[in-house]
Design a protein. Sequence first.
Length: 219
Amino acid sequence: MELALENDFFYPCHHDSAFGWYFDSDLCLLANLSDYQRLVLPNCGGNEYYEYDRWSQYKAFYNTPDADREYVLYWEKMVKEMKWLENHVLKGFLEWEPMRRKGLYQSIKIANGFTNIHLGLAYHGFEEYVLRTGFYRLFVEGLDRAFLEIWKRVNEGQFRQCTEGISKELPDRRVQELIAQEINYKRAMPKTYAEYARKKLQVAEVLGIIPSPRAEIPA
């Protein structure tokens, strides 16, 4: 990596995001970091919308491959076991705060089942889960049903925003699924650190920076 910093041939690898990844030049100056920790995914987008809402924080985590793998599992387990929180996330402070504390405690208990997830990372995951769930409940949930009713009542030629290409012959359930997909696309939520970590692990495996989990299993 030190050689790459001194060679102009490798300039795009540590200054350009055209490849969908790059080695951060500032992180390359930190001798205690591994190449995996120096690897950064670009934050694509512009104006008001970016792929990763907290991208600058993700860069500063300096997580190891083991920590990122465990974080992805932690996130998946948290989302699966804490669906009950969805029913409380839009409540007022007095009702929400006890539920938030209960959820935070549960997320920390989940994180304690992993070796490489520290308290700060666990809290970050819980906070992102709450924000993402609140955004979904506030701006996305229910819109598919609303657009379905509009689609059923308005002539197909007059309503295009989320129903373009949907045949009138499709059953209502399938129409609602297609509308929900389009709403999720048009209202794309910023990706979480779990998504960032999952993609970074895949990129690092392709680049040969880290072995794939399958390659680490003895034959």
